[in-house]
Design a protein around this ligand. Sequence first.
Ligand SMILES: Nc1nc2c(c(=O)[nH]1)N[C@H]1C(S)=C(S)[C@@H](COP(=O)(O)O)O[C@H]1N2
Ligand SMILES: [Mo]
Length: 325
Amino acid sequence: MLTIHRRPRWAVAENLATPECVFANRRAVLSGLGLGVIAGAGLLTLPAKAQADGDAASRTASLYPAERNEAYQIERPLTPEDVSSTYNNFYEFGSHKQIALAAQALSTHPWDIEIDGLVEKPGTVAFEGLIKRMPLEERLYRHRCVEAWSMTVPWTGFPLSSLLAMAKPLSSARYIRFETFNDPSVAGGQKQVWYPWPYVEGVTIEEASNDLAFLVTGAYGKPLAKQFGAPLRLALPWKYGFKSIKSIRRISFTEKRPVSFWEETAGSEYGFWANVNPDVPHPRWSQAEEQILHTGERIPTQLFNGYAEEVADLYSGLENEQLYR
Ligand SMILES: Nc1nc2c(c(=O)[nH]1)N[C@H]1C(S)=C(S)[C@@H](COP(=O)(O)O)O[C@H]1N2
Ligand SMILES: [Mo]
């Protein structure tokens, strides 16, 4: 996707583990049989560790499915789970889309989330404690990758504003900085030292307070699969997908604007705001259209990914910023 010009010329393509090929083949067989739409069918082949008891998913399974919030309806069909869960961006596990099997190595219990910086209530909260305090609901969201493909996912989670209410940011806090785990022994992609690990993302406090900003704990009526960024990831559906950081370990409230992973890697192509806009091309490709992942259909991209009514106000007075990259 994103530029890898930092990659040294001598670096060989990363070793695609054999199990991934097996996994991909199994998927091809399933779709060939027309079984592709069976939710999660491809995942049945995961090794035992993937289904190991004691991960966040099995410990929170009783919370699902959560009630759907009908305010977040969309006009498009949902992306079948076997498609969205086998085509993922999660560079910690490789700079390609077939990371689903490798991601099962991530252990999600215990999973502590550090909340620090400019807040009244800094501290560490265990994921399983946090989720039980938060109002879970299901929302149907569009998801638009900067690479110009899109999908539609039923996420389960809670509004980011509920976490703000718990942490109580000080009035000096202007931004929230999110950070993913950093463990190269588990996530082979993090051995690629030319990337600025850990993955970091950020939003303004105003953006975080918008109703659409959602902390995701589940998808398709179940706890979040690891390749989706278990146990906790962000969904900011009006922004390009790279803003929706996965597997969050640390949430910091800051006065200074955080520098994100892709901004650090290729600042001329990826900025802080990254709001979807069909009229502002990526330096290397157009953003006018997007391709729906499972049908291949190309459709016009919408301003703010179709959420202009909800979010456009956030950007009044910021016209001098590079809002769309
Ligand atoms: N930690 C982390 N978060 C991440 C990424 C990543 O590589 N690492 N990729 C981003 C990108 S580019 C996209 S499009 C979405 C993909 O989410 P999905 O795999 O659930 O579709 O995750 C985002 N969050
Ligand atoms: Mo993306």
